[in-house]
Design a protein around this ligand. Structure first.
Ligand code: FES
Length: 105
């Protein structure tokens, strides 16, 4: 298990335990304040949109074309720190990761 710091849409920060091997979305969808993840991780809904801290952007592989295209289609809240949490697999290097939930579409 690793520990993440997650800021919800009300600005409250939660310390969250996450299982290594899960995606970030699989952790965040377990909370009432978390992500909807409507497509279940198929990279087709963007309801798992989060922001990474600038210093954490390099801790994950670059987004693939499908993720980039979906983020580009977001109507608001998209910025350079945007990622789709269903595309972010967690491992032990992500202990202490800081994440902020993006506004709901
Ligand atoms: S859960 Fe749908 S795009 Fe991530």
């Amino acid at each position: 298990m690793i520990t993440l710091k997650v800021k919800d849409r009300d600005g409250e920060t939660h310390s969250v335990e996450a299982r290594v091997g899960d995606t970030l979305m699989e952790t965040l969808r377990n909370f009432h304040w978390g992500v909807a993840a409507i497509c279940g991780g198929m990279c087709s809904c963007a309801t798992c949109h989060v922001y990474l801290a600038p210093e954490d952007m390099g801790r994950f592989p670059e987004p693939d074309v499908d993720e980039e295209d979906l983020v580009d289609m977001l109507e608001f809240g998209r910025d350079g720190a945007s990622r789709l949490s269903c595309q972010l697999a967690l491992d032990t290097r992500h202990d202490g990761l800081a994440v902020e939930l993006a506004p709901e579409e």
